[in-house]
Write a protein that binds this ligand. Structure first.
Ligand code: AMP
Ligand code: ZN
Length: 137
């Protein structure tokens, strides 16, 4: 994709701090980390998000993410690791090339998890039914 920042990084047209590369995937430091060592893992082929990324490509990307996550944990003495993926603008995606965030976490980093909600009476059953129907379950 012509104007995709991550495609440019993959092609070497933009600089990055690469930490891992194999035939199908690349991992490099996020330019504005939540914590130092925050890394992005991307497939080398351009897909916009999880919905359009082929299963095999996605599988290879998460396997690279696992490898990098273990390396981050061990090398940076992380107490934990968040692995996440933003899909579509409403979910905070700003770069429309499939990528997995790997964020080292520390007991002292002060980050809070997202606020949680309560289900109203009967709502969980309705919601679960909708999702199951869509899945043909
Ligand atoms: P997302 O919100 O999931 O689309 O995340 C995109 C991420 O890409 C953000 O965390 C940015 O800090 C990061 N980012 C943007 N441009 C670059 C770049 N040139 N090199 C490394 N990371 C970048
Ligand atoms: Zn791209």
């Amino acid at each position: 994709m012509e104007n995709c920042i991550f495609c440019k990084i993959i092609k070497g047209e933009l600089p990055s701090h690469k930490v891992y590369e194999d035939e199908n995937t690349l991992a490099f430091l996020d330019i504005r980390p939540n914590n130092p060592g925050h890394t992005l893992v991307v497939p080398k082929d351009h897909f916009e998000n999880i919905y359009t990324t082929p299963d095999e490509t996605l599988a290879r990307t998460i396997l690279s993410a696992k490898k990098v996550a273990v390396a981050i944990k061990n090398s940076l003495d992380a107490d934990g690791i968040n692995i996440g993926m933003n899909n579509e603008e409403a979910a905070g995606q700003v770069i429309f090339h499939t990528h997995i965030h790997i964020i080292p976490r520390y007991k002292t980093d002060g980050f809070k998890h997202w606020p949680q909600k309560e289900y109203k009476e009967g709502e969980a059953e309705t919601i679960a039914e909708k999702i199951k129907n869509e899945l043909g379950e």
